[in-house]
Design a protein around this ligand. Structure first.
Ligand SMILES: Cc1cc2nc3c(=O)[nH]c(=O)nc-3n(C[C@H](O)[C@H](O)[C@H](O)COP(=O)(O)O)c2cc1C
Length: 356
């Protein structure tokens, strides 16, 4: 028998009452190269402040995806919603890499109530599948970036907007384009209000100092990723700068008519956040295939009262999970990632699952 094969289920009596008929299911384990490809793809996902809040544990052909509580943002993300969205984005990348390897991948959200940090299991199929679809996104994983620079004052073609909305739809979320100038203005005002509310919050400032600014080689957002500050008080990017030197960096003129969109889910439970994260990453990767840059303008969503105001009162009861800005901008540098091996849990470090 191939050493990489493992018996995961055996001796199931089959065929009615005949105890002699047994089924042995042989499943070929993921080999180390496949595991490495999966993890290296997953960790390229976006995460709030680039905390990289995920951990992976391999069990046969299942990748258990945990959130890493040591990377939680207690002040800016007390519910852990942004963390789970980031983990969802990593799950989407795992699916893309699995497809590229010729495997199907099915996601089981929150599979174990006894292990709340276990956000999802990704079960990687052992049979070859049609690799079209998500596999086509694989070459773009390393090129997707958050771009906080000014974009050209140019609308996105309708086909591209439809493609991005379809990408969200395929993951069970909705991407709504914000076209009315008064709603664009409203969103920018909410973002400014959030920035004002944050400016005096010492817990947020301390937390942000841990993750944002300066030179960074492992995690966090380096100053070089801030882009210019906006001339306008209500610019369409989030100014993450804390350090006085960063705050006084050169200003730039941002596009007067930003292409904004809101990503919605129908409810607001952790499984919706997981879906939103997968939708977010799918949308961002499809944008990358089209040469479209993106940044997030999420700060109103981090304040319960302002998040509520992002809703169009005429729309249903959907919950906003991300505010996105799209456009055509300059190339930007990648942000750092920790080495892939730091994200892989040994068997002893993953919490035991019943019946494993
Ligand atoms: C849930 C979530 C929320 C985010 N919120 C913001 C935001 O409000 N403003 C911003 O500029 N970037 C935001 N980002 C982008 C991250 O800062 C970015 O993904 C991270 O620094 C890694 O850089 P990269 O996207 O270029 O790989 C967010 C990302 C995620 C996943």
């Amino acid at each position: 028998m191939d050493k990489r094969q493992d018996v995961v289920s055996s001796a199931q009596p089959q065929g009615g009452d005949d105890p002699l008929v047994e089924v042995i299911v042989l499943v070929q384990e993921l080999d180390p190269i496949e595991r490495d490809i999966l993890v290296k793809a997953a960790i390229l996902a976006p995460s709030m402040h680039n905390t990289q809040p995920w951990k992976f544990h391999f069990r046969h052909r299942t990748v258990e995806v945990y959130c890493d509580p040591t990377r939680a943002l207690g002040a800016e993300d007390p519910e852990g919603r942004m963390t789970v969205i980031g983990v969802g984005a990593a799950v989407f990348n795992l699916r893309v890499a699995a497809a590229c390897l010729g495997h199907s991948a099915s996601v089981v959200p929150l599979p174990d109530t006894h292990r709340p940090t276990l956000v999802a299991e990704v079960i990687v199929g052992s049979q070859p599948v049609d690799v079209s679809g998500p596999a086509a996104l694989y070459p773009y994983l390393a090129h997707r970036r958050t771009n906080r620079h000014p974009f050209a004052d140019r609308a996105l073609p309708t086909e591209v907007r439809d493609q991005l909305a379809q990408a969200a739809h395929e993951e069970g979320a909705m991407l709504e384009w914000i076209d009315q100038p008064d709603r664009v203005r409203w969103l920018l005002e909410l973002a400014t209000e959030a920035a004002i509310a944050e400016a005096d919050d010492p817990r947020r400032l301390v937390e942000r100092q841990r993750w944002v600014g300066g030179e960074r080689t492992r995690d966090g957002v380096p100053s070089s990723a801030f882009g210019p500050r906006s001339y306008e008080p209500s610019g369409p990017v989030r100014d993450l700068a804390i350090d006085p030197a960063d705050r006084l960096r050169s200003p730039g003129r941002f596009e007067p008519r930003p292409n904004l969109a809101v990503l919605w889910t129908v409810s607001d439970q952790p499984r919706d956040w997981l879906a939103a994260g997968q939708a977010l990453e799918r949308v961002l990767l499809v944008a990358t295939t089209q040469g479209v840059a993106a940044s997030l303008l999420n700060q109103p969503l981090e304040h319960t009262d302002l998040r509520w105001l992002v809703r169009d009162p005429r729309a249903g009861w959907s919950m906003a999970q991300a505010v996105l800005r799209f456009g055509y901008g300059p190339e930007v540098l990648p942000t750092p990632r920790r080495p892939a091996e730091e994200f892989v849990l040994a068997d002893d470090d993953a919490l035991p699952a019943e019946g494993r």
